[in-house]
Design a protein around this ligand. Sequence first.
Ligand code: FES
Ligand SMILES: [Fe+2]
Length: 362
Amino acid sequence: MDDASATAPEPVRDGISTTGPERNWPNNSWWVAAHGSEVTDKPILRWILEMPVALYRSEAGVVSALHNRCPHRWAPLHLGHVEGADLVCPYHGFQFAPSGQCVRVPSQATTPPAIRVRAFPAVERYGFVWIWTGEVEKADPNLIPADLAYLSDPAWHTVWGYKSVNGNYMQIKENVLDLTHFAFLHKNSLQVSGWDRAPEVEMGDGRVGYVQVHDMEPLAPVYAVPAGKPIGKLANRTTRGTQLSPGAHHAEVAIHEPAPEDGGLAHFSLRMVHLTTPVSIARSHYYWAMARDHGEPFDVEATRGMADIVFGEDIAMVEATQQMARCAIDHDQAVEFSVSADQAAIQGRRLVQAMVNAERAG
Ligand code: FES
Ligand SMILES: [Fe+2]
């Protein structure tokens, strides 16, 4: 697993995505900044939307997020230490509350109320730390997709991981809205069959998703082995994926085997979550999770190993695509043809761009 704290952006204006050289993310959104287990009373630095953010956990266990630049002489606050609920700057000891308000200047008796640092609303939910990067009054925690509640449900076996990606976050999002690459990019790793037509696309509530039903296809190893099924046994497979928000995507493969062996499963599911957060226009944090409702005992390492291989194939392609985007200095004239199977990805891109445009217009 990569180290998310090591991911600093390249010079901000050095990037370009497949959609152009402009920032293509909305600020008014919840983004995953870390997995909860990464945030302790030893502060860490995360670059989020081109901003350095210090994350820390108070002595009471509450996660806070402050802009990492101390407003006194710009020392990185993540090099400081936690006192109670506050973060103390490592340079001259100014102390900042989770609200960003400076509450102590050690060299004088009074603390000017004007001294403060930007605080980001932070919520720990479903195992991850989400921060809101836009207008504070709009930071409604109910906007964090409740669809992901199973990530903290003990009925599901869950494993998570992290990748630092040299690519725009929307390239990752479009990749996970695209099923037809399975037949080629994941041909050897997944060996899943039936990708010979475009999936149906569903839209609504600010979301876009796909659904594809495959009747009586051979079970690939990735589905058969954890469920204790013979590889190649025929089963019905329904694959769904939804772009839940600019930073979150959920997918499920629900399998129904009409003729299970004695005591065998008739229904079982594999779920995947893709949590993508821009570092800059050309770099992204990519937290993923996989969950099964079957497979005892749950083989964490096998699941993680499989995810590393498959998502590694995706990331290698996203990064290679990013290189092609970067060399398109004539970006306005660069041609991109889409086909029916790209409909979900294109709609996902449009949905996010509409949010970006609305913010700019506002
Ligand atoms: S730079 Fe932070 S207290 Fe001086
Ligand atoms: Fe993929």
